[in-house]
Design a protein around this ligand. Structure first.
Ligand code: UDP
Length: 500
């Protein structure tokens, strides 16, 4: 018993704290589980509703003997005026609700700090969106690892744009500029930049604090891998002076079996005889386009209608994830008619609200994806060796599009022009039209040379993504090296305390 408690005491204890949205939580929970699978004692701090989306995976890891647990804190639902269970940014259906969820998240700072004090971990790994944690770690005298939820590319691009402001003083919002400091020639327009860079707003100071906290952290963890973005990994480590570890793609590393993949980040159980699976099984290899805009984007009616017609007119098979809007009867009617028509013609399948994305992307019938370029969807598609139609909507997604189209050359841009606020809907003249959508689908899914070459490059990257997480691969080695380094720090600290 004594030796067991001694062993527990000596084991490296790392606390993980995520930002509650699927794009941030999914990779962090996967990373926390990977730490536990490699001998670390892991605690994940989260709220009740968020825990329910991943607890099953944690319980299964525990039953396999890994040292990992969830520590719950109370989301202040009543205080911010939200119903119970609305604790995640994906539940934000309006600016008002998003504001309330954001307020609730900020109110978690005090109880979380108190918990850090109780737990006395050796290190905290916290999401980039929680810059205050750098101070919390300093108070405890432990390292804080900044968890970067996007690409190295977007990190570097944004850094140089903020530093040199090439977007200022142009004649219009649609005039192109070249991003300075990057090894590739990357052109963007001011309209494609996040709103907090275009003009000073409440979010500008917040993002400045995020970058400041990254510099002051012990290092940065990135869900990326060396072969994918080595130039940008290098700039981050040298020019920006940020010590970083690429440990991705964590989705395929942590979720090996179908049950884990199917239930990842979602509370509902996956049915055994899933209808979408039967539908995909009936299709030829690489003949279906998967269409998804991630967990946060909400498209308005005009854009939904154009997508439906664009997909239908393209003549290619598709499987499309659509979030149902309870309030919009005309949209729901239109989509129900469309769904029936596509089912009859065996051309298209709609998944309502939430798709088991990792399973779908792995299916041999899938031949490409329409993506909003959220970093996780990007990596997950890449891991499956799929070329993409890029359709960024907000935040870092326009940078990721540039990486896919201009650097990696595995993406066809649908031609999105404006980086929006997350909840904004488009006016009639900024929707992407059905002709543009059908054209991009034809380029990607057709049998032309461009498609063949993109497909080949995407497959190569998919193979590299699989190699890097195997024993001896770059991401594998980086994770082991980071854990060893944290163990050494713990040891030196203990020796220092003994000597005092
Ligand atoms: N996701 C999913 N099913 C869905 C929508 C999203 O499993 O129907 C997952 C997806 O696999 C990814 C995450 O949610 O891991 C979304 O993150 P991403 O960075 O792609 O975009 P965001 O939602 O943050 O815009």
């Amino acid at each position: 018993m004594e030796s067991q408690s001694l062993q527990f005491h000596n084991q490296l204890h790392v606390v993980f704290l995520s930002y509650p949205s699927p794009g941030h939580m999914n990779p962090m929970i996967d990373t926390a589980r990977l730490f536990a699978m490699h001998g670390v004692n892991v605690t994940i701090i989260t709220t009740h509703a968020n825990a329910s989306t991943f607890q099953k995976a944690i319980d299964s890891d525990t039953s396999l003997g890994y040292s990992i647990k969830t520590q719950l804190i109370q989301f202040p639902s009543a205080q911010v005026g939200l119903p119970d269970g609305v604790e995640n940014m994906k539940d934000g259906t309006s600016t008002e609700i998003i504001g309330k969820i954001g307020l609730g998240i900020s109110m978690l700072q005090d109880p979380t700090e108190a918990l850090f004090q109780d737990l006395q971990p050796d290190c905290i790994v916290t999401d980039m969106m929680l810059p205050w944690t750098v101070e919390a770690a300093a108070k405890l005298g432990i390292p804080r690892i900044h968890y970067n939820s996007s690409s190295y590319f977007s990190n570097c691009a944004e850094h140089f744009i903020m530093k040199y402001r090439p977007n200022d003083n142009l004649v219009s919002d649609t005039q192109k500029f070249t991003i300075p400091g990057l090894p590739h020639t990357i052109e963007m327009t001011p309209l494609q930049l996040p709103f907090w860079i275009r003009s000073q707003s409440f979010a500008t100071a917040y993002f400045e604090a995020i970058y400041e906290s990254q510099k002051r952290s012990y290092g940065t963890l990135c869900n990326s891998f060396h072969e994918l973005e080595s130039d940008y990994e290098n700039i981050c480590n040298t020019t920006l002076g940020i010590k970083s570890w690429s440990v991705g793609p964590v989705s395929s590393w942590a979720n090996k079996d179908d049950e884990n993949k199917g239930n990842r980040g979602h509370i509902e159980e996956l049915g055994k005889e899933a209808d979408w699976l039967n539908w995909l099984n009936s299709k030829q290899n690489e003949s279906v386009l998967y269409v998804s805009f991630g967990s946060l984007t909400r498209l308005d009616n005009a854009q939904i209608v154009e997508i439906a017609h664009g997909l239908e007119n393209s003549g290619h098979n598709f499987i499309w994830v659509v979030r149902k809007k309870e309030s919009d009867e005309s949209e729901n009617n239109f989509l129900q008619d469309f769904e029936e028509r596509m089912k009859e013609r065996k051309k298209g399948y709609i998944i309502w609200n939430w798709a088991p994305q990792l399973l779908i992307l792995d299916h041999p019938a899938i031949g490409g994806i329409v993506t909003h370029c959220g970093w996780n969807s990007t990596l997950e598609s890449l891991n499956a060796g799929l070329p993409m139609i890029t359709w960024p909507r907000f935040g870092d997604q326009f940078y990721n599009e540039k990486l896919l189209v201009d650097v990696l050359k595995i993406g066809v841009s649908v031609g999105a022009k404006e980086n929006k606020m997350r909840t904004s809907t488009e006016s009639k003249d900024v929707v992407v039209k059905r002709e543009e959508i059908a054209k991009a689908v034809e380029i990607l899914m057709g049998s032309g040379q461009e498609s063949k070459e993109m497909r080949m490059r995407a497959k190569k990257l998919g193979e590299a993504a699989k190699r890097t997480i195997e024993e001896g691969g770059d991401s594998y080695n980086n994770l082991i090296q980071l854990i060893d380094e944290l163990k050494s720090l713990k040891k030196s600290k203990a020796l220092g305390e003994k000597a005092d």
